[in-house]
Ligand binder design. Structure first.
Ligand SMILES: *[C@@H]1O[C@H](CO)[C@@H](O)[C@H](O)[C@H]1NC(C)=O
Ligand SMILES: *[C@@H]1O[C@H](CO)[C@@H](O)[C@H](O)[C@H]1NC(C)=O
Ligand SMILES: *[C@@H]1O[C@H](CO)[C@@H](O)[C@H](O)[C@H]1NC(C)=O
Ligand SMILES: *[C@@H]1O[C@H](CO)[C@@H](O)[C@H](O)[C@H]1NC(C)=O
Ligand SMILES: *[C@@H]1O[C@H](CO)[C@@H](O)[C@H](O)[C@H]1NC(C)=O
Ligand SMILES: *[C@@H]1O[C@H](CO)[C@@H](O)[C@H](O)[C@H]1NC(C)=O
Ligand SMILES: *[C@@H]1O[C@H](CO)[C@@H](O)[C@H](O)[C@H]1NC(C)=O
Ligand SMILES: *[C@@H]1O[C@H](CO)[C@@H](O)[C@H](O)[C@H]1NC(C)=O
Ligand SMILES: *[C@@H]1O[C@H](CO)[C@@H](O)[C@H](O)[C@H]1NC(C)=O
Ligand SMILES: *[C@@H]1O[C@H](CO)[C@@H](O)[C@H](O)[C@H]1NC(C)=O
Ligand SMILES: *[C@@H]1O[C@H](CO)[C@@H](O)[C@H](O)[C@H]1NC(C)=O
Ligand SMILES: *[C@@H]1O[C@H](CO)[C@@H](O)[C@H](O)[C@H]1NC(C)=O
Length: 376
């Protein structure tokens, strides 16, 4: 049995005895390894070469946004802990299979990496990667390298907000094990073609989270989304530049929790018809904007018992149905500029969890049924 102790360098210095002991035990038992490191020499080298392809540029605002939180600006990037002579499995952001020693996960999100992403990157040497997170770096409008398809074991890929641009390569559809894919970006930098999307939908039969916010899909036929995996839990298509009819069968997806969709800002050439019955999805977050939502806000909206956040800025007609009072989990209600009229239903007063409500730019009449902070 081999003993692998993942001590960070400072700890290792403190406990010299323990480090030596670990090294000693491994060198005895790990006969197939020439080093005492869990990480192979080749993979360590590949990572070190990857590191040298970028500079580390801390020129960002303070505090800065990373993932879903603001952080105060650090003076340290994870990649700075990557040093020769130290087991790469103990480097910040690197995770190894504890038996084979292969690097299986890399998380370099918000690591201030700055520079173009080379298509011959030594990163592609890490064939055992199951998870790759390069979100929130600055790859200077590089193309997403088609070589990405060499990561055949990849389950999680997050390269969002990393300043990739150009066409999403067709090879993105050759990663059939993907469970989550996040390509969200600043609007208009990345373009996804209809054939690539079609193949993606067809091949990613395990996908649960698909985030394509800001990806320009102007040429995509929205009907292809109806064939997404029934395992889908999150679909982010904000600022998608999609046009045409979006299949409302999306509301029957049995596992869908988060659905965000918007077309081109200020335009209404994307249409989705809210279903009048048979919503089957356990939706928690629903946001639709810059599009047309068919006609009325259906009475059946009250069936979505798990709904926490409802945002419909999408040209509805008629009034708010009384059933809205059944959405007992609702914390956020946004019906901004939705062309609604009539009385605000008294049942709204039953939504005790509401934190934020925006009913502005509609034509409501009659009394306001509750005392919440209002934005009319
Ligand atoms: C760091 O990034 C800023 C803006 O993102 C850029 O203007 C500057 O030239 C970069 N510095 C270096 C040394 O690359
Ligand atoms: C990318 O999407 C995944 C899956 O939904 C999510 O967990 C992750 O936080 C997203 N990344 C960023 C930077 O928002
Ligand atoms: C980073 O800043 C902390 C204090 O915020 C300081 O203790 C530490 O020495 C700094 N590290 C480097 C590498 O500058
Ligand atoms: C290896 O990792 C797996 C999952 O991360 C864990 O369940 C297992 O206990 C670990 N084995 C050893 C020997 O550390
Ligand atoms: C990846 O790194 C970021 C930034 O350090 C951290 O917030 C996030 O929790 C990490 N993700 C995982 C899955 O470890
Ligand atoms: C990648 O290609 C560039 C030139 O296109 C070359 O300078 C560099 O050495 C190559 N890197 C590797 C790791 O092969
Ligand atoms: C699906 O993925 C496989 C590789 O896993 C690839 O050979 C095939 O071309 C892909 N199909 C499509 C339609 O992209
Ligand atoms: C999307 O890409 C098309 C060209 O493919 C371009 O004409 C259009 O302006 C882009 N839309 C946005 C919002 O950037
Ligand atoms: C969805 O999949 C079915 C069955 O594979 C196929 O017949 C249909 O054409 C597909 N629809 C779209 C819009 O891709
Ligand atoms: C709703 O579901 C019921 C029972 O499954 C079915 O009979 C009905 O046709 C469905 N309605 C619509 C509009 O799909
Ligand atoms: C939902 O709301 C409507 C109108 O307020 C009410 O008649 C109905 O009983 C409610 N249904 C449930 C299941 O709470
Ligand atoms: C609020 O909920 C209570 C209990 O479910 C119900 O009796 C009452 O009719 C509701 N009020 C409105 C205005 O819907």
């Amino acid at each position: 049995m081999r003993i692998f102790t993942k001590l960070s360098p400072p700890l290792c210095l403190l406990f010299v005895f323990l480090c030596l002991k670990t090294a000693f035990s491994s060198s005895i038992h790990a006969s197939s390894f020439s080093t005492t490191h869990l990480c192979s020499h080749e993979e360590a080298l590949a990572l070190l070469q990857f590191k040298t392809s970028f500079s580390i540029n801390y020129t960002i605002s303070d505090p800065y946004y990373c993932g879903d939180h603001f952080y105060t600006k650090p003076n340290y990037s994870k990649i700075e802990s990557w040093k020769e002579g130290i087991d790469c499995c103990s480097w910040d952001g690197v995770s190894c299979d504890n038996v084979t020693g292969h690097v299986i996960a890399l998380n370099l999100s918000c690591s201030f990496l700055y520079g173009t992403f080379p298509s011959n990157s030594t990163l592609f040497f890490l064939r055992n990667l199951q998870s790759l997170n390069l979100a929130s770096n600055d790859f200077r409008f590089s193309k997403i390298p088609p070589e990405i398809s060499q990561f055949t074991r990849l389950k999680h890929l997050d390269i969002s907000y990393s300043q990739f641009s150009g066409q999403v390569p067709a090879e993105i559809a050759h990663l059939p094990k993907l469970v989550s894919l996040n390509l969200s970006n600043e609007p208009s930098d990345l373009i996804l073609e209809t054939t690539t999307l079609k193949n993606l939908v067809h091949n990613l039969s395990e996908v649960r989270e698909l985030e394509l916010g800001g990806v320009n899909m102007t040429s995509v036929n929205p009907r292809f989304f109806m064939n997404l995996s029934s395992s889908l839990t999150t679909l982010n298509l904000l600022e998608s530049a999609l046009r045409g009819n979006f299949p409302n069968s999306i509301f029957r997806f049995p596992n869908l929790k988060n659905f965000y969709l918007s077309g081109s800002i200020g335009e209404r050439n994307l249409i989705i018809d809210l279903p009048s019955s048979n919503w089957s999805s356990p939706l928690q977050q629903l946001f639709l904007s810059d599009m047309d939502c068919g006609s009325r806000l259906p009475e059946s909206i009250g069936d979505l018992k798990s709904l926490q956040s409802l945002g419909l800025e999408c040209n509805l007609k008629g009034s708010i149905p009384a059933s809205i009072g059944n959405l007992s989990q609702l914390t956020d209600l946004d019906l901004y500029s939705s062309n609604l009229s009539g009385q605000i239903p008294p049942s709204l007063a039953n939504l005790t969890q509401l934190i934020s409500i925006d009913l502005s730019f509609n034509q409501f009449s009659g009394p306001i049924p509750f005392h919440a902070r209002l934005n009319f």
